[in-house]
Design a protein around this ligand. Structure first.
Ligand code: NAD
Ligand code: G6P
Ligand code: MN
Length: 442
């Protein structure tokens, strides 16, 4: 029998915590849990989440699971087995700035892509390096499973600072895409073995083998995407942003029908269309503040007010299950397959080995075993990826060296940016807005 585990959620106050804890409880046979610790720098958010998770534990009959919330890293991490990391340095308020500053100059204003993603990256590196540092100090044997964005940039910063950290970087987008495709076109995603390569939020499927049907279904999915736009799956029901994102997959596929794309490629391939459709006054950050964040506060308030019925109200699809599957794969040597963000080291043979890429990987007791593609990728994808990797590397250099010049090069090279003039304007405004968070650039 496996020892009962101690799980610490870094960013305990995150709106995703209820979904993740629900998945932990749903998998208690594979991931027996003794203790859940919520760690956050924001006491109010952490206290709210404590109430919600405490309610969930009692409702589901898990009273024996010890729950705590803390703002003290030593208390949070000492002796823990797993850290699920999902912090957002600067919160939604700074996400709003990222989106709105870029949009003001008619550039893509987005959480992880374009210059918004770069601004967020410059904030997020400090926060995540701090978490990884605490874990090295207080729980060096624990596994960190990281969802904190922007994944490519923060993984690169961790790769440089803590090359031997026991850390897995993952994104839920590929399973969300797969689930959405499956429900739209009548497949069962559980039968799929997808192959894929790229950078985070910047990649392509190369095949989707369906075990039950005994064939690669990607060609027929491409055909369907080009003729029939997808509707969002239930976990994104009513969400206009995600509906537009999944509709754009048809635009991408019509023009480039060789692969199924990651929807995030819309920001790099069609930045003008995205900006044209954007509301510069009310961006995604506003929607999330008025939606998910408000909803989380309301759940906590209902518990404070003594409600016992209809309190829990969230649906994040497979997001929680995916990270729990990683934990159980490590713990029980299950060797499940995931798309993971890893140093390339030959997985994509004709891309620089020190790029951080997203590829399929098996996870077992000894950690992550990425799959090598064994054949070169085409020049179109390679050229796009090389520019993006170089831009991200320059940004991480700028962070560690405190270099304005490197930051300007990174901003100019970003594939959503048409010229160096606008890159500098946005950079200067973002430096001002991020004074509290970015290192000083000289
Ligand atoms: P959120 O703002 O609701 O929650 C983040 C929490 O982190 C907040 O409670 C905040 O106080 C806390 N925090 C900020 N800085 C911290 C620090 N230095 N140490 C500890 N806690 C800190 O954000 P969210 O929408 O729930 O998203 C959380 C993170 O997960 C973001 O980085 C988001 O981009 C990422 N995310 C990733 C995926 C993925 O697939 N990789 C999916 C969803 C969300
Ligand atoms: C997907 C991506 C995440 C991203 C999230 C944004 O899940 O994989 O990396 O953080 O979408 O969602 P939001 O609702 O915050 O815009
Ligand atoms: Mn992601």
């Amino acid at each position: 029998m496996t020892n009962k585990q101690i799980i610490t959620i870094a960013g305990g106050g995150s709106t995703y915590t209820p979904g993740i804890i629900q998945a932990v409880l749903n998998n208690a046979d594979r991931l027996p849990v003794a203790e859940i610790r919520l760690y956050d720098i924001d006491k109010k958010r952490n206290d709210d989440m404590y109430l919600i998770i405490d309610f969930m534990l009692k409702k589901d009959g898990y009273d024996q699971v010890q729950l705590s919330s803390t703002e003290d890293p030593k208390t949070a991490f000492s002796g823990c087995d797993f850290i699920f990391s999902q912090i957002r340095v600067g919160g939604m308020k700074m996400r709003e700035q990222d989106e709105k500053i870029a949009l003001k100059y008619d550039l893509v204003g987005q959480e992880t892509c374009g210059l918004g993603g770069f601004a967020y990256g410059m904030r997020s590196m400090s926060g995540l390096l701090e978490i990884v540092g605490y874990v090295q100090e207080f729980a060096p044997d624990a596994w960190i499973l990281n969802y904190t964005n922007p994944e490519s940039i923060v993984s690169e910063a961790v790769r440089r600072t803590y090359p031997t950290a026991k850390m897995i970087n993952a994104c839920d987008m590929t399973i969300s895409i797969e689930e959405t495709i499956a429900v739209n076109y009548g497949y069962d995603r559980k039968n799929w073995i997808p192959s894929y390569y790229g950078l985070n939020h910047f990649g392509w499927y190369t095949s989707i083998y369906d075990k039950a049907l005994g064939r690669d279904v990607m060609p027929e999915i491409i055909e369907k995407l080009t003729t029939q736009e997808m509707a969002v799956a239930d976990f994104n029901a009513g969400d206009k942003t995600w509906q537009e994102a999944f509709s754009m997959m048809s635009v991408i596929t019509k023009n480039f029908p060789t692969h199924v794309p990651n929807n995030y490629l819309e920001y790099y391939l069609y930045p003008d269309m995205v900006v044209e459709h954007a509301d510069k006054e009310y961006t995604r950050a506003n929607m999330v503040m008025d939606g998910r964040e408000k909803n989380t506060r309301e759940m906590a308030q209902k518990i404070r007010d003594g409600f016992t019925e209809d309190v829990l109200n969230f649906n994040f699809g497979e997001h929680g299950q995916y990270i729990v599957d990683m934990a159980t794969s490590l713990l029980n040597d299950e060797r499940r397959r995931f798309m993971l963000i890893v140093p390339n080291q030959g997985a994509i043979p004709n891309l620089r080995p020190d790029a951080v890429v997203e590829v399929p990987a098996y996870v077992g007791a000894t950690g992550v075993e990425p799959i090598s593609l064994r054949q070169p990728i085409n020049d179109f994808h390679k050229g796009l990826m090389e520019a993006q990797v170089a831009a991200e590397k320059l940004l991480v250099d700028a962070y560690f060296e405190g270099s304005y010049q490197k930051a300007l090069q990174a901003f100019t090279l970003n594939q959503t940016v048409p010229n160096a003039r606008v890159a500098k304007l946005v950079l200067d405004e973002m430096i001002e807005a991020n004074k509290e968070y970015w290192p000083t650039l000289v």
